[in-house]
Design a protein around this ligand. Structure first.
Ligand SMILES: [Zn+2]
Length: 177
């Protein structure tokens, strides 16, 4: 499966920094508070087989601690792993000429971080049913468009137009720990 090459990996990590800034700003989360948003972003070569999908740009795996196992002092918490699907992102860029990897990654990672922040703040349940999931997807698209609409990044406008109503940017899965 096609993974990001060295140059692309550099582009992706720069895009991730922008997406983190944009998301933190949108939700007015300070740098100190941002450290409490428990997530990690991984590329294809670091993913296990069940974190790889053919049908989306990303998969969010939630690592959920079983509340029964928590000792008194520790709180129930979730950790989110945003698994970027290099093969699907590069295929989209190769297929669609005006689409560039940098703005696409900014878009995808911002979208995934908006989900993660909303799950973390319990604004949205991770295991919502299909109907609710669809409504949440529309909300997250709206937030992502608003948060990124004010940026002046090259070729971002194309991504914002192309993915305005795109369904299912990611797969969701849960691992109990
Ligand atoms: Zn989504």
């Amino acid at each position: 499966m096609r993974t990001f090459n060295q140059a692309e990996t550099k582009i992706v990590s720069h895009a991730v920094e922008i997406a983190e800034d944009v998301t933190a700003n949108y939700f007015k989360i300070s740098t100190a508070q941002w450290k409490n948003v428990r997530y990690d972003i991984r590329l294809l070569d670091e993913l296990s087989a069940d974190e790889i999908t053919e049908s989306a740009f990303a998969q969010i795996t939630r690592y959920s601690r079983n509340p029964d196992h928590t000792v008194q002092a520790s709180r129930h918490y979730d950790f989110f792993k945003i698994c970027l699907q290099d093969h699907n992102m590069t295929a989209a860029v190769e297929r669609d000429e005006p689409l560039h990897l940098f703005p696409l990654t900014v878009y995808v990672v911002t979208h995934e971080l908006v989900h993660v922040v909303r799950f973390s703040k319990f604004l949205q349940r991770f295991d919502a049913d299909a109907k609710e999931r669809q409504r949440e997807e529309a909300r997250v698209h709206g937030i992502t468009q608003n948060a990124l609409g004010i940026l002046n990044l090259p070729n971002l406008a194309y991504v914002l137009r192309a993915y305005k109503n795109y369904q299912f940017m990611e797969e969701l899965s849960t691992v109990r720990v």
